[in-house]
Ligand binder design. Structure first.
Ligand code: C2E
Ligand code: MG
Ligand code: MG
Ligand code: MG
Length: 286
């Protein structure tokens, strides 16, 4: 009976695996072509200060401009790029392009405000030998100071991987900041915060959605800001969509946020204009 049950399970599982392999092979081939054609673009979503919304940085978010299917969001191709390994060359492109773009902004706003550009890094990239060298090469090729770059990794990408932890130590030693993305949704072992260098917690949108009620999420989001303050980390609320959420976040101690309420992901030139305007409004003494 056990054998039969096993057989039954396998039979129903096989087509799924098969489909995924097919899907990955096809999408992988398309991604390769798209890389050769240069069909990827970066948008940048501002990270802002609460309560006034002044920009303090921007996160690079990839888009695939498909000649037939139009603009494809990352959730539809990053997972396959990770499974096929194509995330390594694609992620290297993102890193270089983001550094190059940010170096241009720096040039235009005369570098007086301490904004940073953030780049999402997949587990696969982080665990690849020599990743920190890729990062320093991207910085020097672009002429971007390390202090201007932040990389975003998920708890899951780092969890249980010595290679990932070592890469983060090397990157941190370069002067690049490290953010834990989607914080609270992965392997939230708080012990992780002692094992790897972390500068910023990005509290996942799922905790922010219900922030205005007396909900479990509101309690957790409040605990996270206190955790960040106690450990001397920055903390960003992700996915802020309303003024009411922004007010509540500020009330419970959040000083940084990101979300459609303040700005959607924007073309690089629009972010540059925001940063330049902020520098003119509030020039830093240098
Ligand atoms: P993420 O790093 O957590 O990025 C934030 C996502 O939330 C972005 O989606 C952003 O557009 C969206 N978002 C921001 N504010 C709001 C809001 O107020 N409401 C709602 N509903 N959504 C908001 P996007 O650009 O579709 O990216 C999705 C995910 O794809 C990213 O999540 C990240 O994990 C991944 N990704 C994007 N670009 C890259 C990349 O260059 N490399 C890698 N490895 N992953 C990337
Ligand atoms: Mg991110
Ligand atoms: Mg996130
Ligand atoms: Mg996310």
């Amino acid at each position: 009976a056990a054998k039969e049950a096993g057989k039954g399970q396998y039979a129903s599982y096989e087509p799924e695996l098969d489909e995924r392999a097919n899907y990955d092979a096809q999408l992988g081939a398309e991604l390769r072509l798209a890389m050769d054609r240069g069909d990827f673009r970066l948008l940048f979503q501002p990270v802002v200060r609460l309560p006034d919304g002044a920009p303090v940085g921007a996160e690079a978010l990839i888009r695939w401009h498909h000649p037939q299917r139009g603009v494809i969001p990352p959730d539809e191709f990053i997972p396959a790029a990770e499974r096929t390994g194509l995330i390594v060359p694609l992620g290297a492109w993102v890193l270089n392009e983001a550094c190059r773009t940010a170096a241009g902004w720096l040039n235009d706003d005369h570098a007086t405000n301490p904004w940073t550009v953030s780049v999402n890094i997949s587990a696969r990239q982080l665990r690849e030998a020599g990743f920190s060298r890729r990062v320093s090469a991207a910085l020097s090729a672009a002429g971007l100071p390390a202090e201007r770059l932040m990389i975003e990794v998920t708890e899951t990408a780092v969890f249980d991987s010595h290679a990932a932890a070592n890469a983060l130590r090397e990157i941190s030693a370069l002067g690049v900041a490290i953010a834990l993305d989607d914080f609270g949704t992965g392997h939230s072992s708080l012990g992780l915060l002692r094992k790897i260098p972390v500068n910023v917690l990005k509290v996942d949108k799922s905790f922010i959605d219900n922030i205005t009620g007396s909900t479990a999420e509101a309690t957790i989001a409040t605990a996270m800001v206190s955790l960040a303050n106690g450990l001397d980390l920055g903390v960003v609320a992700e996915g802020v969509e309303s003024a009411a959420q922004a007010r509540q976040l500020h009330l419970i101690g959040y000083r940084l946020s990101q979300g459609f309420h303040f700005a959607r992901p924007l073309p690089a030139e629009e972010v540059r204009d925001l940063l330049v305007a902020e520098t003119k409004r509030a020039p830093l003494a240098v």
